[in-house]
Ligand binder design. Structure first.
Ligand SMILES: CC(C)(COP(=O)(O)OP(=O)(O)OC[C@H]1O[C@@H](n2cnc3c(N)ncnc32)[C@H](O)[C@@H]1OP(=O)(O)O)[C@@H](O)C(=O)NCCC(=O)NCCS
Length: 116
């Protein structure tokens, strides 16, 4: 697969807390089937529940706007309430429940959209 353009930023409070990434295809909101969403993030367990993922997501959205995207899509597992709240706190709207591709285990996921 050709590599998509992307950025990855560290989440930092004086120490490493995690990272957040944004990937896209130039000129379109479409993503190839093997890419589950435009934005992915993780916060290390000892730094969770401090609002860091919520803030990191809000701070990476301007990069997507600057690329000219009208919206970004993010996906989560059904039981990942923390990630779902991170997305809805940033204006994300649930679009659909879907079944992930075979290489992701054919398990159900939730697709959210944030209008930019
Ligand atoms: C998802 C993840 C990034 C959230 O990071 P975080 O910095 O702890 O998130 P925040 O503190 O910004 O917000 C977490 C929200 O989940 C809520 N939350 C935390 N634990 C919860 C639980 N067990 N049940 C329900 N809600 C919970 C918090 O209250 C907060 O919501 P609120 O702002 O409405 O109160 C982090 O849990 C993580 O790295 N998980 C593993 C990787 C992962 O799942 N990445 C996302 C893949 S889609």
């Amino acid at each position: 697969m050709p590599r998509l353009p992307g950025i990855r930023l560290w989440i930092w409070d004086g120490e490493f807390c995690g990272s957040i990434g944004f990937r896209w295809q130039p000129g379109t909101e479409e993503l190839p089937p093997h890419v589950l969403g435009h934005i992915g993030y993780a916060v290390i367990p000892s730094k969770r529940n401090r609002g860091y993922a919520t803030r990191a997501l809000s701070e990476i959205l301007p990069y997507a706007r600057a690329e000219g995207l009208r919206y970004v899509e993010l996906t989560t597992d059904l039981d990942n309430v923390q990630s779902q709240r991170t997305i809805t706190a940033n204006g994300g709207i649930l679009v659909e429940q879907f079944v992930k591709a075979v290489n992701y285990g054919s398990t159900p996921g939730l697709r959210y959209r944030i209008t930019l």
